[in-house]
Design a protein around this ligand. Structure first.
Ligand code: S3P
Length: 172
């Protein structure tokens, strides 16, 4: 598929642990475009997310995140760069406006599938249990925002990362 398609920047949104970074990275490879993970940008500039939350608070993190997202979207204008956002980035009103200039893909998943993935990867089912309570709470408030902002919804409940990246490429 030619990368000349008029997609503009492709932005992946959705909750934690649904594969935004992994799928985004592969999609960018297929399209021959740049890939930006805005969480990774913040971490490279300011230290780990856990450290930022602990020393400066969530509000400070959200500001750094919004700045990284805005920069990534500005830089990506006129290209098909793929940008993956952190799960909470879409709550920022400035970010919501900038997403109007992008092809926004919502990676749709459910708590059961995410719980299985976290348990498999961490080997800590109890910790996964606790994390899932928070995941569900966050998802309940954010799901309508993801749905409203999405140009395209990719169901990621089944399929490997390469399969999902191909499926997304075909859908774009
Ligand atoms: C967050 C999601 C994380 C990261 C931060 C906060 C959230 O990104 O930005 O820990 O509020 O959902 P991922 O969705 O990439 O895990």
């Amino acid at each position: 598929k030619p990368a000349a398609k008029h997609l503009g920047p492709v932005v992946l949104i959705g909750p934690m642990a649904v594969g935004k970074s992994a799928i985004g990275q592969q999609l960018a490879q297929h399209l021959g475009s740049a890939f930006v993970d805005t969480d990774a940008v913040v971490v490279a500039q300011h230290g780990t997310i856990a450290e930022i939350f602990a020393s400066r608070g969530e509000h400070a993190f959200r500001e750094l995140e919004a700045r990284a997202v805005a920069h990534a979207i500005e830089e990506a204008q006129g290209s098909n760069a793929v940008i993956s956002l952190g799960g909470g980035a879409v709550l920022d009103s400035g970010t919501q406006q900038l997403l109007g200039r992008c092809t926004v893909v919502y990676l749709e998943c459910d708590a059961e599938t995410v719980a299985e993935r976290i348990a498999r990867n961490s080997g800590r089912p109890l910790l996964a249990g606790d994390a899932m309570g928070r995941w569900r709470t966050l998802f309940a408030t954010r799901q309508p925002v993801y749905e409203r902002l999405a140009d395209l919804v990719l169901d990621v409940r089944s399929g490997s990362v390469p399969e999902l990246a191909h499926r997304l490429e075909d859908a774009l």
